[in-house]
Design a binder for this molecule. Sequence first.
Ligand SMILES: Nc1nc2c(ncn2[C@@H]2O[C@H](COP(=O)(O)OP(=O)(O)OP(=O)(O)O)[C@@H](O)[C@H]2O)c(=O)[nH]1
Ligand SMILES: [Mg+2]
Length: 434
Amino acid sequence: MEDTIYAPSSAVGGAIAVLRVSGAEAGRVRELFERDPSARPRELVHTRLLQDGEVIDDCMAVFFPAPASYTGEDMAELNVHGGAQTVQRALGALASLGFRPAQAGEFTKRAFLNGKMDLSAAEAVMDVINADAEQSLKSALLQLQGSVKREITSVEDLLTDALSGIDAAIDYPDEAEADATEALPASLSAAILRVDAMIREARRGRVLRDGLRVAIVGRPNVGKSSLMNALLGSERAIVTAAAGTTRDVIDEKLSIGGVPVRLIDTAGIRDAHDEAERIGVDRARAALKGADVICLVLDASAPLTAEDEALLAETASENRIVLLNKSDLPKACAYGGDAIFASAKTGDGLDALKHELLVRFAPERADQSAITNERHIRALELALVALRDAATAEELDCAATDVKNALHHLGSITGSDVDAAVIDRIFERFCVGK
Ligand SMILES: Nc1nc2c(ncn2[C@@H]2O[C@H](COP(=O)(O)OP(=O)(O)OP(=O)(O)O)[C@@H](O)[C@H]2O)c(=O)[nH]1
Ligand SMILES: [Mg+2]
């Protein structure tokens, strides 16, 4: 039998602390109370917490009998006063019943193992907790309500159908169909299209979880760090009149129109003058490669230099925004392409930049995207490889094996087909008490 576990579920330092208990023995919390909360299931009961006859706290408690609880087990929740002394003594009282402290994510892990939620919904629990922009939260809540599972199930249904079609073709080969691919059911191609679309949507959806990575790049002294500070509304990066000020990559999160954005300020790109600057320039180039959007900054008050020209050419085919900074000074830059005219100094043009970032992100499409989790995206990619193999297999039984393989990868997303080690790794990253 599983241990009965307990943990504080609220943050330290609040007025009230929520302590959770789950497991077959959870009902034994009644031994600690003046009034037994389990006598009135699912009702918040005003009572006193006792230990060795002494009142530890005046508190509220609720008992949820299995299976109608978060974990699917008997559960109790205690609302005690939030002071460190009270919480310590209340936890001590729970330990005295033979319960053990819960591990990170153990409540949600039990909820998954007891079939209260599929694995993708369980993973969304932490995304709900960590969401730091409105759209991220919306997407995480949809996943918590089973949006990923519904998407995956619809593909699984297509593949189960494809598999029976393939089996039928193996059992009753049609002499006329010399080519195995001719005998493949239409549901296989439908599944391939669906998974392919899901991956493309997911790449956008990932932004909702991790933030839109915007790399601010350009030659030295054009005002990249000033722009970063102006967008953040704080003096986060060092700004000086000397070229080559920024050496390291500076990464800060902010929310623009409800979309999480990771702004990345980088060292000015040029032939470096010393070792530290050279490393900085290498890091700037790496940030440029990993970005979702590149914000290439030019100095509007100076003629284009060879360094500007090189960066313009290098980023021409990327998702790039050209920003002509220092619009408050007399214009001397002859850049003729599409650009946003702005000033980090006066704030002019920054709204236009924010608007353009949202356009590049296209939130109305990502909002519908069900999948944002990197693990799910990888599993979809593996499933797609297997399905493409199936579609080009020369033998029907190879195609059947490939489809089963794809089903395995899809099952790893919802947890219907997943290793215990993978499950452990997922819940290790949770916080204690969830
Ligand atoms: N007039 C004016 N000056 C600006 C503006 N933005 C930046 N500057 C000035 O330009 C100089 C360089 O600014 P930084 O923000 O350090 O430039 P950078 O691109 O980060 O430079 P490196 O880190 O050396 O690559 C500073 O003296 C800023 O005050 C602007 O919009 N208008
Ligand atoms: Mg800088």
